[in-house]
Design a protein around this ligand. Sequence first.
Ligand code: G3H
Length: 478
Amino acid sequence: DGEVFKYYADGEWKKSSSGKSVAIINPTTRKTQYKVQACSQEEVNKVMDSAKSAQKLWAKTPLWKRAELLHKAAAILKEHKAPIAESLVKEIAKPAKDAVTEVVRSGDLVSYCAEEGVRILGEGKFLVSDSFPGNERTKYCLTSKIPLGVILAIPPFNYPVNLAVSKIAPALIAGNSIVLKPPTQGAVSALHMVHCFHLAGFPKGLINCVTGKGSEIGDFLTMHPGVNCISFTGGDTGIAISKKAGMIPLQMELGGKDACIVLEDADLDLVAGNIIKGGFSYSGQRCTAVKVVLVMESVADALVEKVKAKVAKLSVGAPENDCDITPVVSESSANFIEGLVMDAKEKGATFCQEYKREGNLIWPLLLDNVRPDMRIAWEEPFGPVLPLIRINSIEEGIHHCNASNFGLQGCVFTKDINKAIMIGDAMETGTVQINSAPARGPDHFPFQGIKDSGIGSQGITNSINMMTKIKTTVINLP
Ligand code: G3H
């Protein structure tokens, strides 16, 4: 009906003076579903100013009060799960049940963050000087954790609510303010989530959400002198951001090519189930999705048969019907995925299912006999297309895993715990899962990537710590 969702700044819902809007295309219908404001640089400047002044007061608000407000926001978020999930279904084609799960998980994350914050921020360190050579006991050093200031949070389309609150809640409990730039696909879900924080009664200007075109406000935001920390999750834009950003702490999570190494003694039913969950949930659009299977040749045929049988059972269709496989986020994404599939076809990969696509909907596909000269052996499809490489030794598997530019997570399936640990240690990834598919959660676990997968570590505790600075006060005794 032409309505344009307002952005949120200084505690109010506002229209942009640019008079422009950005369309959000429903991946299923490929028609405009919603519109959001295209904020201008001038509006970003104003947001930065109010975020800065709100933060000064917030930092003086008692920790228990900050926690109380976060608990309130968490409860409101859960009460609003149905409408938020509905917009997730429309904007990013997340299957209906997973959309609800995302919101509930987000409420839990916010509550846990409040609890963790009161504990870890409520304590500091006390040091005495005479443990260092040459010193008498004449200096007492007190340390505490202080906020950084304004945190710029940029979540990706695949978890516009959960990966927003995983930045917002740690920032707030630690006494920071927030400027959120949601992804365009997912912006309305994010605005609705912000509305829950608004209803909880946070001070004006503490949480802000600007929407708009990356070309207009993207660099302007990330290079803004008012920003004291950037927490970004997404693709290789993050590499560009890290090169342009100022001397501020950065937390980046930029995708992966998570390998699943399968040894001869693995429980193949367990592996097949995890390949389906890991490779195909949300149509493979997760940074932690299984993105390449490296299986020992002697069990490869048996594994492929089991995976094929399970792929055949996946439902394909609309997210409203809670289908397992739903349209990928955009036409350009579908085209990219198709490009990888065609390259693999030309180079002789075995198609375990027929390749099928209608609009943005791509049917699940397992590609057997993938070789290193194929793009899909290395690139991240971010779609329901999974390459399988047959290996003849553990070393070959580790070598393929470590030759990747990415290093987010990986998994290894075997009943031999010694081999599992040995392989896990050898894999150059931030996390290794033994006998399960990669996953970020539970959300208090540390989550980090190496190489092009990112910098810093996330997870609730690490994010709270990352969004603080140590302050020391030294008492000098006579
Ligand atoms: O897409 C990146 C997310 O951090 C993955 O989270 O493992 O819970 O799906 P997940």
